[in-house]
Design a protein around this ligand. Structure first.
Ligand code: C2E
Ligand code: MG
Ligand code: MG
Ligand code: MG
Length: 279
């Protein structure tokens, strides 16, 4: 049967349904097929990122969506872990780079101005692939685009899994011209000592702290500490998951430069994103 609902209708195929080994193997097989065909099962949505002080659009995070022909929309929270488990992250990230490059070129061709960066999520697994930074930069350049147009998001916990490799990879990514943001920051137990050695550009405050920062003084203190760490280390800070005006103004007051979240803009198709945000 067919799950009803369009691309917005996701989380139908949930974590419990994909908990069995045979289901996971079947999903991985279907995902591989989707990656290798051009039948539009996979797509990117774009969520805007803003300068909190000026409200200027500074970037967009590209987030992967999968519309399965039989199961309907499947959340990246379900299929990304399966893809990681099956060693498919390089395939995924190549697909996301290609789609992002084609989108930037399409916007250019249509004369809509996007002056920000595209933020792309990179899985921890790719830290172990020494050729990744060079390959990613070559891939972007093969479209005639500059790696400086891309900000790569690596999770703090993923980098802490192998801090020495992460430091090396971060150096190569920045040499290749990419900007590097540490995603889900605050959940990965890194220390100032490690952060000092990591050539990152930005800390992305995890949404779990932003969610409760108004009511929970511990979370407020954590957010303040992260912003302070950023300032000390000369890193920009961006907060994710901003849902209320109170959160946005508290973050601005604490000195957080950038923000992303449903209050400011939801992830949308490229067409909707351009209509709403690009002139
Ligand atoms: P993430 O990189 O931390 O992305 C942020 C997630 O928070 C996204 O969920 C986004 O839609 C959601 N979000 C944004 N603003 C708000 C808000 O105000 N409130 C709430 N409650 N949520 C908000 P999404 O798209 O489901 O992605 C989940 C995770 O899946 C991402 O977390 C990322 O780790 C992973 N992911 C998504 N696309 C890709 C991809 O192309 N490659 C890789 N490696 N991972 C991806
Ligand atoms: Mg991210
Ligand atoms: Mg994040
Ligand atoms: Mg997150």
């Amino acid at each position: 049967y067919r799950a009803k609902g369009g691309p917005q209708h996701y989380m139908f195929y949930n974590r419990e349904m994909s908990s069995g080994l045979s289901e996971r193997i079947a999903l991985a097989r279907d995902l591989k097929a989707a990656l290798n065909s051009d039948d539009d099962q996979l797509s990117l949505v774009f969520q805007p990122q803003f300068d909190l002080a000026t409200s200027e659009l500074v970037g967009a995070e590209a987030l992967l969506r999968w519309q399965h022909p039989r199961h309907g929309g499947i959340s990246p929270g379900v299929f990304i872990p399966i893809a990681e488990e099956r060693g498919m992250m390089l395939m995924i990230s190549n697909w996301v780079f290609d789609a992002s490059c084609r989108q930037l070129l399409a916007w250019q061709a249509a004369g809509v101005a996007f002056r920000g960066r595209i933020a792309i999520n990179i899985a921890a697994q790719q830290i172990e692939d020494a050729s990744f930074p060079q390959h990613a930069a070559e891939r972007v350049r093969s479209y005639g685009l500059d790696p400086a147009l891309f900000e790569l998001e690596l999770t703090e916990s993923g980098m802490m899994r192998n801090i020495d490799l992460a430091i090396e990879l971060a150096g190569q990514l920045s040499t290749a011209g990419f900007t590097l943001a540490i995603d889900d920051f605050g959940t990965g137990y890194s220390s100032l000592a490690y952060l000092k050695r990591l050539p990152a550009d930005k800390l992305k405050i995890d949404q779990s702290f932003v969610r409760d920062m108004i009511d929970n003084s511990n979370d407020h203190a954590i957010v303040a500490t992260i912003i302070g760490m950023g300032r000390t280390l000369g890193l920009h800070t961006i907060a994710e998951g901003i849902e209320t005006a109170e959160q946005a103004s508290a973050l601005l007051e604490l000195g957080c430069q950038e923000g992303q979240g449903y209050l400011l803009g939801r992830p949308e198709t490229a067409e909707a994103f351009a209509r709403r945000w690009l002139g």
